[in-house]
Ligand binder design. Structure first.
Ligand SMILES: O=C(O)c1ccccc1NCC(=O)[C@H](O)[C@H](O)COP(=O)(O)O
Length: 219
């Protein structure tokens, strides 16, 4: 069973995160499809949820699935308050939050996910800011825009590092994306939507099945 501050690393399957969930049906579909993590966006977005909604949705999520709150440069007290009220177990940060910000949330017991756009001057390394997991994304998060994943395998995390690939993934391209980038797991939002901010249960199920059928590349 996964604890706060850790992520499951006991299988050779890809870790699968479905992000931007807003309804009971979204959550139930993702859990039934076998997601390892579900994400709730608290930043300004068509997918934004408030703390009460996230709390209601989190209560439906079984213990073995990680609940993740997504933030971008919000004041730290707001993140603590929203994450606490919602009862989420992990915080995913997309902005320019620094080491002290990570340390504070880490001390609060939250699993920490650092999102970074690939192509930054210095290739990111998982753990640099105290995060448990790195997420390599497109320059605009949640945009559904793919990037050149092929550069990531060689240039970014070292062998065996935990990192999630995100940005423009879909049920149709996830297999090729994993072969190109060699991530530890995958994260999707736009690619499982029928219109911006509205999830499609059939696409969630198809994405999870396609990702589940793709073995995690060896470290
Ligand atoms: O989804 C948003 O609108 C959003 C807003 C602000 C910060 C992060 C946001 N989303 C993060 C994600 O949903 C994922 O981590 C990832 O970027 C998914 O991207 P995509 O599958 O390309 O939509």
């Amino acid at each position: 069973m996964r604890q706060a501050g850790t992520v499951n690393d006991t299988t050779t399957s890809l870790f699968i995160k479905i992000c931007g969930l807003r309804t009971e049906r979204d959550v139930d579909t993702a859990v039934e499809a076998g997601a390892d993590a579900v994400g709730f966006v608290f930043s300004a977005s068509p997918r934004q949820v408030d703390a009460a909604t996230a709390a209601r949705l989190c209560r439906r999520v079984p213990e073995h699935v990680l609940t993740v709150g997504v933030f971008r440069d919000e004041p730290l007290p707001d993140v603590r308050a929203l994450a606490g009220e919602a009862g989420i177990r992990a915080v995913q940060l997309h902005g320019s939050e620094g080491r002290e910000y990570y340390d504070d949330l880490g001390a609060g017991g939250w699993t920490l996910i650092r999102a970074a756009a690939f192509g930054e001057a210095a290739p990111p390394r998982c753990g640099e800011l105290g995060e448990d997991l790195l997420l390599l994304d497109a320059p605009v998060p949640g945009s559904g825009v793919a990037w050149d994943w092929s550069g990531a395998a060689a240039a970014v995390p070292g062998p065996g590092e935990k990192w999630l690939l995100a940005g423009g993934l879909t049920p149709d391209n996830v297999r090729a994306a994993v072969a190109a980038a060699r991530p530890w797991g995958v994260d999707v939002s736009s690619g499982v939507e029928r219109s911006r901010g509205i999830k499609d249960p059939a696409l969630i199920t198809a994405f999870a099945a396609a990702a589940r059928a793709t073995a995690r590349p060896p470290a």
